[in-house]
Structure formats: structure tokens, C-alpha cells
Design a protein around this ligand. Structure first.
Ligand code: FE
Ligand code: MN
Length: 348
């Protein structure tokens, strides 16, 4: 008898929706929309759809097979990059679906989170299967780096640890401590893991592209960077909406925790960059990488309304251009158009 879905005479009002603990209304009614920004993220993300196998790896394969085309350091750096990402993308997919989706109860936010989770699957597909198998790499070596290479292990451990409490069967978001823990998970996940941990590796891979090397890898990395900057921006909006509705958890202690988490993220990210580029590479020095991590950490903290401890300038202004590309002309226009047409069903 209708016990699981209760019968009711009252309809959902947008104003009654909540980011968490959506008890006043049920979680299954997308419309009426309250969080219009979340719905817009969902639409924009779908318009950016892409798949790895659409991008040719032919020139990459020719280059990678040429024994003179890469130094040993360059080969190590590329393998470390794919090895890090191949499992990191799976860990972030697990975190977003198993911990965040479950407790974020606004249906319009869940729509974007579902889309994000699929994008993480596409990223795992690209880094873990399509790129390395095309290049003839040892995928077992890549998939196990997070258990065998300390600098990679420590970053992925940081990401995985965020979920541990939340996956406990008795975790709840009613109490002050449950809500505080969920906020920490959101900050650690969206700001540190998604906002800091991918970025020196993006710089390194895209630097090959700037020399017309590994063009297929770099095209995929540009799409992934575009997806990831949306994940970060959605995450920051979500955190702000969460805090607006749960102001009691945004304490001085929580702010201090967030600042420390970002600083720890900067240390881990910088150490990973140093470890992957032992002698510097393609004109990228350790000092520049450190400066870049500090620069983006300041940007993230600023978005959280927290003080910026580093005050470093951007050593790679071209990265901002790559990230901003999507806002300008038609870098992705062909692909987007194809999908939008391909997705329209005709009933005639
Ligand atoms: Fe991703
Ligand atoms: Mn992501």
C-alpha cells in the first residue's frame, strides 16, 4: 500500500526546497525550480558533451613510438600524469555519488551531480583506457601508481579520506556535527581535490600541446579542464548555498579547517609536481609550479571569502586563456552542435 511514496494533498513549493535535509518537500520533484543556477549548470554541462574516442590519437601514437621524440624525463612525466588521473577520476566519481549525492537533497542540484558523475566516468575512460592503450603503455603500471608512488598515493589518500566518515552507516546531516562534517567534505572535495590537485598536471600535459606534441592527449585534456572548471564553480555555488541555509556551521573553526585543508593540498600538489618533474621540464621549473599552485589556492580561498595567504602572481597566464577559451568563439562549437542535433529525436 502506498507506504514508501506517501500520498499527499499538498504540492511542492520552490521556497520549501533545501540543499540538505529536504524534509518539507520530497526529493523527486525537479519542478518548481528553486536553485536556478544548479539547473543552468546541468544544461551547460550537457551542451559540452564529448567522448574520448572522437579524438584522434594518431599523431600521438607516431610521436610516442619515435624513440627520439621524448626524453626519459618527459616519458616519466606523461606516465605519471596518466597514472595519477586514471585512478583519481574514479575516486572523485565515487565520492560525488556515494557521499555528496546522497546528502544533497535539492533535485536540481542532483541533476548536475549526476551529470558530473558521468563526466568523471568519461575522464576515467580517457586517462585510464583510451590514452594509455592507444599509446601502448602498461596500464597495470598506471592503475597501480596510487598504491606504489608515494606522492600520488598521498593525494589520492587525501581525497578518499574525505568520504570515510560520510560512508559510515550511522552518518546523518541533522546534527551540528553531521552538517559540519558534510561541509568539510564539500570543501575538501570541490576546493582541494577538484580545485587544486589536478592543476599542475594540467599545466604539464598542456605544455606538450603548446609545442605541438601529443595533440590528441592535449585536446582531451582541454575538454577535461573545461569540465573540471565547471565542477569547481558548481561546487563553490553549492557550498555557498549550503552555508546560507546552515550558517551555524560556518564557524571560525570551520574556516580555520578550510584554510589548513587548502594549505595541505598545496603542499601535496607541489610535492607531486616536484616528484613528477625531477629536473624540471619544457621550461617548467619547480619554482614556477609552486608559484602556480599557490596562485590558484589564493583564488579558491578568495571564492570562499577567506584570506589569501600566498599573494603569488600567475606564472602561466596562458592557462587562464585555455580555461577561458570556452567563453569565447567557437573552440568547441562543432562538437556541441553535433551533439545537440544528434540528440534530437524525430517522430515523423
Ligand atoms: Fe574529472
Ligand atoms: Mn571533477
Amino acid at each position: 500500500m502506498g507506504d514508501i511514496i506517501a500520498m499527499t494533498a499538498t504540492r511542492v513549493r520552490a521556497d520549501d526546497k533545501r540543499i540538505i535535509n529536504n524534509k518539507a518537500v520530497d526529493v523527486n520533484q525537479l519542478i518548481p525550480i528553486k536553485y536556478a543556477w544548479a539547473w543552468q549548470y546541468y544544461l551547460d554541462a550537457c551542451a559540452n558533451h564529448w567522448m574520448p574516442q572522437e579524438i584522434s590519437m594518431q599523431r600521438d601514437i607516431e610521436q610516442w613510438r619515435n624513440p627520439k621524440a621524448f626524453t626519459d624525463d618527459e616519458r616519466l612525466a606523461v606516465k605519471r600524469a596518466l597514472g595519477f588521473f586514471s585512478t583519481a577520476e574514479t575516486i572523485v566519481a565515487n565520492n560525488v555519488i556515494m557521499a555528496i549525492y546522497k546528502f544533497i537533497t535539492a533535485p536540481e542540484c542532483r541533476m548536475y551531480i549526476l551529470r558530473q558523475a558521468f563526466e568523471e566516468a568519461i575522464h576515467t575512460h580517457a586517462y585510464g583506457q583510451y590514452m594509455p592503450e592507444s599509446l601502448g603503455m602498461d596500464t597495470g603500471e598506471l592503475m597501480n601508481m596510487y598504491r606504489e608512488v608515494p606522492a600520488i598515493h598521498d593525494k589520492e589518500e587525501f581525497g578518499a579520506r574525505l568520504t570515510v566518515d560520510i560512508l559510515q552507516p550511522d552518518f546523518e546531516t541533522e546534527s551540528f556535527s553531521g552538517r559540519s562534517r558534510l561541509l568539510r567534505n564539500l570543501i575538501g572535495y570541490y576546493v582541494v581535490t577538484e580545485g587544486i590537485f589536478f592543476y599542475t598536471t594540467f599545466v604539464m600535459l598542456l605544455s606538450f600541446g603548446r609545442q605541438n606534441r601529443l595533440p590528441g592527449v592535449c585536446e582531451q585534456v582541454q575538454y577535461i579542464l573545461r569540465d573540471e572548471s565547471m565542477h569547481l564553480n558548481f561546487g563553490l555555488e553549492l557550498i555557498h548555498a549550503f552555508i546560507r541555509e546552515n550558517q551555524d556551521v560556518w564557524t571560525e573553526e570551520a574556516k580555520a579547517w578550510a584554510l589548513e585543508a587548502v594549505k595541505e593540498g598545496v603542499r601535496l600538489e607541489y610535492r607531486h609536481a616536484e616528484d613528477s618533474l625531477p629536473n624540471g621540464l619544457l621550461g617548467l621549473t619547480h619554482q614556477m609550479m609552486k608559484q602556480y599552485v599557490e596562485y590558484i589556492a589564493d583564488r579558491r580561498l578568495e571564492r570562499l571569502g577567506l584570506p589569501k595567504p600566498y599573494g603569488t602572481s600567475n606564472p602561466f597566464p596562458w592557462m587562464s586563456e585555455v580555461i577561458d577559451l570556452r567563453k569565447e568563439k567557437n573552440f568547441f562549437e562543432t562538437r556541441v552542435t553535433e551533439y545537440q542535433t544528434g540528440g534530437t529525436l524525430s517522430w515523423e
